[in-house]
Design a protein around this ligand. Structure first.
Ligand code: GLP
Length: 270
């Protein structure tokens, strides 16, 4: 596991965007797993800048981690609720780059048959050849996607009820700004499972801010547990990169060692 610590959010975002761009350049038709939340916005802005300088997304396929249940998907129409993840992705990334609409997959929160839909989503990931790089943030309770505490570490794409903490976090970060009452927020979501995420060939997790320092330490240095689903990162068998800002890394016991390893790897081109 490569743990990279950068001074601040801007540098963390730049580092993450460079890693993502590296995949796109090396394999122009790569499959990216994408995430929402406030954390990846900076990385998406960097990717947009890189696209303006020539980074080509025309053959890239993307699969998003999750979507609120009951929320719309059509990327070019207006939405029932402005806070849909489909809208977030469109506004923060897709409308600024040359990705093809047919190459974008975001769980359809409006599906009439969630069970069948989730099985289809899993099949589409397989049909695409699997995910080359999965970008992940970290929920306040240590979740990936919307895999709340108690989600099996082998779980697949499915409907998940959201915890009060997640509702509070996401209300503060998104819904409040849009003047939507907390009681109006969707309490369920479709999410890729932890097992689905672990099948991605490579994982890139980004986390910033002192607010998440405790959960970052639990996730990277604590025991693996379904109570903190992102601890499953320790079970992944492919390439794992975690990019943190200093504040998010501040409770890591072995931060000094991770920094030393990064420096050595850079020095010896490993
Ligand atoms: C939501 C998303 C997660 C995301 C998390 C953290 O719960 N489903 O994928 O990682 O929010 O969001 P933020 O980056 O805003 O802290």
């Amino acid at each position: 596991m490569d743990i990279i610590i950068r001074e601040n959010y801007e540098k963390m975002s730049k580092c993450a965007a460079e890693i993502i761009a590296g995949y796109v350049k090396a394999k122009p038709d790569c499959v990216l797993g994408l995430a929402t939340g406030s954390t990846p916005i900076g990385a998406y802005r960097e990717l947009i800048k890189m696209h303006r300088e020539g980074l080509d997304f025309s053959q890239v396929k993307t699969f998003n981690l999750d979507e609120y249940l009951g929320v719309g998907i059509d990327l070019e129409k207006t939405y029932d609720m402005d806070q849909s993840y489909a809208r977030f992705m469109y506004e923060e990334l897709f409308k600024h780059i040359n990705i093809k609409k047919e190459n974008i997959y975001i769980p359809d929160g409006k599906t009439k048959d969630p069970k069948k839909y989730c099985a289809w989503y899993e099949q589409e990931i397989k049909k695409a050849g699997g995910i080359d790089l999965q970008l992940l943030g970290l929920g306040g309770d240590g979740h990936w996607g919307f895999n709340e505490p108690g989600s099996s570490l082998g779980s697949r794409t499915r409907v998940q009820a959201l915890t009060e903490q997640t509702l509070d976090d996401n209300y503060e970060a998104f819904y409040k700004k849009a003047n939507i009452a907390r009681s109006e927020m969707p309490h369920f979501a479709i999410t890729m499972g932890v097992g689905t995420i672990l099948e991605a060939r490579n994982i890139l997790m980004i986390v910033n801010g002192a607010r998440k320092a405790d959960v970052v330490a639990k996730c990277l240095e604590g025991p693996v547990t379904s109570q903190i689903t992102a601890t499953a990162i320790q079970l992944h068998s492919g390439g794992i990169t975690v990019v943190l800002d200093q504040a998010a890394a501040s409770k890591l016991k072995n931060a000094g060692h991770y920094m030393f390893v990064e420096k050595m790897k850079r020095q010896y081109g490993l």
